[in-house]
Ligand binder design. Sequence first.
Ligand code: DPP
Ligand code: ZN
Length: 844
Amino acid sequence: PQTIYLSNYTPPAFLVEKVELTFHLNPEKTRVVSKIKFIPNPASQSGEFFLHGENLTLVSARIDGQEVTPTITETGLTCAVPNAPFTWEAEVEINPAANTALEGLYMSNGMYCTQCEAEGFRKITYYPDRPDVMAPFSVRIEGPHPVLLSNGNPTGAGDGWAEWHDPWPKPAYLFALVAGDLVNHPDTFTTRSGRKVDLNIWVRPGDEGKCAFGMEALKKSMKWDEDVYGREYDLDVFNIVAVDDFNMGAMENKGLNIFNSSCVLASPETSTDMNFERIEAIIAHEYFHNWTGNRITCRDWFQLCLKEGLTVFRDSEFTADMRSAPVKRISDVIALRGRQFREDNGPLAHPVRPDSFVEINNFYTATVYEKGAELIGMLKRLVGDDGYAKALDLYFDRHDGDAATIEDWLKVFEDATGRDLTQFKRWYEQAGTPRLKVTDDFKDGTYTINFEQETPPTPGQLRKDPRVIPIAVGLLNPNGDEVVPTTMLEMTGAKQSFSFDGLAARPVPSILRDFSAPVIVQRDSTNDERAFLLAHDTDPFNKWEAGRDLARDVLIGMVRDGAAPDDGYLEAMHAMLRDDSLDPAFRALALGLPSQDDIAQTLHETGATPDPQAIWDAGQTLRQAMAQKMQDTLPRLYAQHQVSAPYAPDAQQSGDRALANAVLGLLTRLDGGAQAQRQYDAADNMTQQLAAWGCLLQAGKGDAATAAFFDQWQDDRLVVDKWFSLQVVHADPADAVETCARLTEHPDFNWKNPNRFRATLGALAMSPAAFHRADGAGYALLADWLIRLDPVNPQTTARMCTAFETWARYDSTRQAHAKAALERILETPELSRDTTEMVSRILG
Ligand code: DPP
Ligand code: ZN
């Protein structure tokens, strides 16, 4: 397969003035008629007319009304064209029913649906399918379906047809079409300038009771973007559609967002608090794309982080405003470390702005999204809130209607604030997570902190230059008072020291507050100091971090040296848990242990070979010791945080439930599941029901609940996903592979549905001790299924290959098994380009 390089970018030879599309829908033979006005692009030298197109049957083509015979290849067509504006007309036939890859126009439960980002539009008709070609679209849909939707505003409809016009020039990847027997949950929103917008969430009949929460989230998002970024919505309607078969979470098509049903449908009975929070965030994310992504889009796919990093950053600000900012920050960092640091430290490491790819779908990664968002956060820290606001205003002003680049983005910040961002740009260009070594001295009232930054080599990038790192620091007195409030230090060199004077005693430093940069801090600290920060730090993130560091050290000691659970840690956690002044949601997070993968990563970093089973065992032992230590406190806390008010998925209630359920996990280790069974039997919402069932599964007492759960929910596909997933997640590592394999034989294991596939095989991939089982059974099972899924859905297959990205950390036996599994995948005849690229990179 061909590698595409950022450095080879050239402007399009032709621009598009307008597009008219007519769809004659038919499951196996949909006709797409296109009429496109092309204009030669003065900025291009090539003049070559090339239209992307894949899996299309060309019926006819005309230029300015004259029949033409283009040259057709696997990837598109070329044709002699006038060196002047002209009209291209084509008719193609496509087969949506055969489209299992879920890219382009496809069918899901009898409904037509599209997914065009990144390069799916070329499977709908011949077109310059690149984001720097933007045009207004008019669409006519003909088909025997009650609901026919496309982008923009409705301009006419009748029996069996509908017409839409989207006045905002857009790239083809934002095109969307939906047709089917759908029902809507309607509402309206009036923008700050008084424009009334019709809002709809479209779902399959039967799901209409699960839309209210998503609709509220949408209205809150619309209001928030006006209040915080001054961005108003720009069409008469905003439609959201829920679809069951979808590769991603959701898609921001202009005026017609399409959502994986798992990311929009919600009810207290069927969704957990976490589901609700995630739905609110994803609705916001896709809505915010209207400005950061759609009105200003990307010049090419290397610039993906321009829209994704910024939009993730914006949705995290939104969640922080709607809920608890510290809890959101902590959760984001847990996710960043779990997915992005892991990626940055393995064979798939790549810069936030990659410089080459084979298949762009493989770069919708934690690095582009989550690290991309961290870069925006750092920029904001470096230029301050006012500078950020000015830069964003200038960005919207200057680039509205553009397909822009990271250079454009940084230039806006330079022009708005006068700051030179040459060094900052390295964050976009260099892969890898910087290690920040910290030492300190205290002499004559002066406290000095010394930093040293170093980024390990990553594939294709052996040498790294120092980056600018905003390091938020606070200092505490030995009595626990803060003597120096949060101060932003700007590190620019490879080594740099900062001093604070006039101090009466040696302070305790709180470093990288609020996780002010995506780096790994390396500092020799004592458990006493960590316990001190856990008790006294005024920065909620670092307070949590202190507990996390403590837990990590304890677990590492247990795994590596066979140490017993550290009593200092148990004491500190017990004190934290009993501190009723702390937000319950915070306490629930602080009670959690670092993930098994995090421990494996840390061990590997110190030169040790992690044993996944030993890591799992240590976690169990530590949990048991925590339960015993806290046994007098647990029942009281559990009772205290029961919610008696009617269920609401708000931050406060979710926090209480999160803490009570974390406590239930510990209690179950003492009572064998008696309390969990009572909670299961009494539960009237999914958060309580699922937590209780999880505890029972873990205690080995889940059989009755497993049967009852399926019985109760077998008709609700999203809950059945949970049923598949949890049995694997909570299985003992010794039989999780068998559990997973058994579930793939269940009649409801619809493996072509990405949600069901991920729920089952993805759950195995996320259980390190099971997946990395010493006999290779976990690797083999996943490989079998990836080989089977690849011809059906390459995108989801390739994505799930990341399960293997840590293979080189483990011992030689495991490595040999993993390698064999990966090679078996790679040797599969006609393996997709997506999976070929991923597996090759993982093998290194
Ligand atoms: N739909 C995906 C997202 O919103 C890709 N744009 O991030
Ligand atoms: Zn996005």
